[in-house]
Design a binder for this molecule. Structure first.
Ligand SMILES: Nc1ncnc2c1ncn2[C@@H]1O[C@H](COP(=O)(O)OP(=O)(O)OP(=O)(O)O)[C@@H](O)[C@H]1O
Ligand SMILES: [Mg+2]
Length: 237
């Protein structure tokens, strides 16, 4: 995934679709296809062991590349403790998931379209006092099948597994879970603990994303060459 350099935009797959990072998200999209060979995998939870591992960034960019491939995608912010998808997509968050659940609204009434073609965003809405209770409720369980009737993919962002129970509750409600591991800082035993907790919650872990990998300089030369070629091709067209 993209190098931590302090200035890469979080929605890089949309803003810089020809970047190496966007290509990495497309590889993730391809790998999702392999995970779905034996079991359907249309609802996907993105989580990680601890805070700031890159869950929201991964969820947002995965949703973008799936939408770019022509799939109808809905991205839902189920981090009801520290929601950020509205910030990543630069939209307001007055109404979202919590309004939909508490006021029994149709998700279409609170969703945002047109930010990226084929992509619908449901922001968190106002933060509730009881996120875990809400996310474990029958209303949330009923929401996913209803959304999968209208969309090809459902991508769910969540809080860290080891901090609160929310992600484990959600993990049991989706087809597959992507576990984000922050290279260099997530300790192996912490990642294992998160994995075990998800498995205990009956999650199907479909893959691990190694995020914020420091790339050797020679790899940058490769990407530079690759993107130069893309630019030349654009000019020729
Ligand atoms: N691959 C990456 N390269 C560089 N920076 C990244 C990458 N992924 C995430 N970040 C940065 O790390 C920070 C945390 O990312 P993000 O919000 O996606 O993490 P999170 O796991 O969702 O955090 P939280 O636990 O608070 O929900 C952000 O500033 C983001 O821009
Ligand atoms: Mg997050």
């Amino acid at each position: 995934m993209f190098k931590s350099n302090g200035y890469a935009p979080q929605l890089i797959a949309h803003k810089h679709p020809k970047s190496a990072a966007a290509e990495a998200y497309r590889v993730l999209r391809t790998n999702l296809g392999f995970a779905a060979l034996d079991h359907p995998c249309r609802s996907i939870l993105v989580t990680s062991a601890g805070p700031e591992d890159g869950k929201s960034t991964t969820a947002a960019n995965l949703a973008v590349v799936l939408a770019q491939a022509g799939n109808k995608v809905i991205l839902v912010d189920c981090d009801l403790r520290k929601p950020v998808l509205h910030k990543i997509f630069e939209v307001e968050n007055h109404r979202g998931l919590t309004n939909c659940l508490l006021q029994n609204l149709d998700p279409a009434e609170v969703s945002k379209n047109g930010l990226v073609e084929n992509l619908t965003l449901v922001t968190s809405g106002p933060i509730p006092p009881n996120p875990a209770e809400l996310l474990g409720s029958g209303r949330v369980r009923a929401l996913w099948p209803a959304l999968l009737e209208r969309f090809d993919y459902l991508i769910v962002d969540s809080p860290p597994v080891l901090a609160v129970t929310d992600a484990s509750l959600l993990a049991a409600q989706v087809d597959g879970v992507i576990l984000v591991v922050r290279a260099a800082t997530t300790r192996v035993e912490i990642a294992r603990e998160a994995r075990d907790q998800l498995l205990k919650a009956s999650a199907r872990i479909i893959g691990v994303v190694l995020n914020q990998v420091k790339m050797p300089a020679r790899d940058y030369h490769y990407y530079y060459y690759y993107h130069r070629r893309e630019k030349e091709e654009e000019v020729r067209l």
